[in-house]
Design a protein around this ligand. Structure first.
Ligand SMILES: Cc1cc2nc3c(=O)[nH]c(=O)nc-3n(C[C@H](O)[C@H](O)[C@H](O)COP(=O)(O)OP(=O)(O)OC[C@H]3O[C@@H](n4cnc5c(N)ncnc54)[C@H](O)[C@@H]3O)c2cc1C
Length: 432
């Protein structure tokens, strides 16, 4: 079967890799001159299989005023004259219910841990995959007692939901946190405790994507990438997709997989498909590590600040911030400065902060935090979209599952909670 994958971010590439491995012919199409140059370029590098609780939860309500007013808040709302933004925000608030958040966590844990198994299988199968992978473990630290208490309840809730013998989470006090990660000493007086999960990993998403792409291409000479090629729309006849209009002309195949990140909603709209995806803009900085003893070895998340730290070979990657304010990928200097100030305060001697590489990207987010996976209401069109803050982590399971479905098999992991019910116009998977 010939499959056209629309979008060469980590989600499209992982799907293409599994499709090629299954013996299908694959064409990847992307508007950029190379692969993984948008949201998948310099993300936080966390393979966060167990920390999947969505942004939409009841704890959001007391934070709404700072999100609206504070210029340094980790989440900010910048109102736009765009009904899609307002609709998304209303759906997001509707998803901030305990039951919805718990259901989303349950589904995402299943997908996250399926990804973990696939990642470990992949590392054995593709030993030369050079992506700064580390079996780092993850420590999430908390700055107030109430947040730590909520985290303790979350740990209890998740126990029993994960059928993975390596999975365990431990709640630590602040001294134990610094014992596990001595580089956190600078935050000794600021943190009250944390949750340590030894089974989490980290890696460089861009290098991972490029490595898988090379393997997809090598799998068969007819597999190809069409870069610098803009997708303009999907051509439909009698409920079936019959081609993709692109700047290089009409492309045709036996199946089409939409994996266009934040642009997926725009491409699906003319089909009458209302995919509830809106960009959550985030930032990262990458700095060369100057003192390895002062840089974290564990992946660290500062929960209150919503900032993640990962060591990627000789570099420290710092990522965070979620701005709800349109599609621009331009770097706002004051937002990057906020991230830099936090990194300097947390790990002052770890890296050479004079030599940072700053970056901004758009997380393709659904209101509930669940990606939309599986069949569309149109024959031959499949969806692998809306992975939000977890696209690197979930790309393996969602790519493998979509390759299964397109090949006519049952998906290797259950996709309930992620599929789009109903026909054109349905908001589907975002609703709880
Ligand atoms: C600051 C930040 C930190 C993050 N940290 C993490 C993390 O630690 N762990 C984690 O798991 N996830 C993380 N994420 C989320 C993750 O990066 C995204 O979920 C993931 O990259 C989305 O992948 P994608 O392939 O769906 O989208 P993209 O990578 O954006 O790929 C979509 C592709 O489609 C192409 N495209 C779109 N429209 C068109 C068109 N019309 N024509 C042609 N091509 C088109 C684009 O060029 C792009 O290459 C983070 C994101 C950000 C912004």
């Amino acid at each position: 079967m010939h499959v056209i994958v629309l979008g060469a971010g980590v989600v499209g590439i992982t799907s293409a890799y599994y499709l090629a491995r299954d013996g299908h012919q694959v064409t990847l199409v992307d508007r950029n001159p190379g692969a993984a140059l948008e949201a998948s370029y310099a993300n936080g590098g966390q393979l966060s299989y167990s920390y999947v609780a969505p942004l939409a939860d009841p704890g959001v309500w007391p934070k709404l005023v700072p999100w609206l007013l504070s210029p340094t808040s980790p989440v900010r709302f910048r109102p736009q004259l765009d009904p899609r933004q307002w609709r998304w925000c209303l759906q997001f608030l509707a998803a901030c219910r305990g039951r919805c958040s718990a259901e989303t966590t349950r589904h995402l844990l299943r997908l996250g841990h399926a990804s973990r198994r696939l990642m470990h299988e992949l590392l054995i199968r593709e030993p030369g995959l050079d992506c700064a992978y580390a079996h780092s473990g993850k420590l999430v630290v908390y700055r107030d007692a109430a947040a730590l208490e909520n985290a303790r309840r979350q740990v209890e809730f998740q126990q029993g939901l994960v059928a993975d013998s390596d999975y365990r989470q431990e709640v630590l006090d602040s001294a134990a946190c610094i014992n596990r990660e001595p580089a956190l000493d600078g935050l000794r007086r600021k943190i009250v405790g944390g949750v340590h999960t030894p089974s989490e990993d980290s890696a460089d998403c861009y290098r991972f994507s490029i490595g898988l792409l090379a393997r997809m291409r090598a799998a068969a000479p007819e597999n190809r990438c069409l870069f610098d090629t803009s997708i303009q729309g999907l051509r439909v006849r009698q409920g079936e997709i019959v081609g993709v209009e692109t700047s290089a002309g009409l492309l045709q195949a036996d199946a089409y997989l939409l994996a266009s990140g934040c642009d997926s909603a725009r491409l699906a709209r003319p089909l009458g498909l209302a995919l509830p995806i809106y960009p959550l803009k985030g930032y990262s900085l990458t700095a060369p590590i100057s003192d390895p003893n002062a840089a974290p070895t564990l992946s660290v998340t500062d929960f209150q600040r919503k900032i993640v730290y990962a060591r990627l070979d000789g570099q420290l990657r710092v990522a965070g911030i979620a701005d709800i304010g349109g599609y621009s990928r331009a770097i706002a200097p004051q937002r990057l400065a906020t991230l830099l100030a936090e990194a300097r305060a947390a790990f002052p001697a770890a890296a050479n902060y004079e030599q940072i590489e700053g970056w901004a990207g758009l997380r393709p987010a659904t209101p509930s935090g669940r990606p939309i996976l599986g069949h569309s209401p149109y024959r031959k069109l499949w969806l692998n979209v809306g992975h939000g803050a977890l696209g690197f982590t979930l790309s393996l399971a969602s790519g493998r599952a979509l390759a299964d479905l397109i090949g006519g098999q049952s998906p290797f992991v259950a996709l309930d909670g992620f599929t789009l019910p109903g026909g054109p116009g349905k908001a589907g998977a975002s609703a709880c």
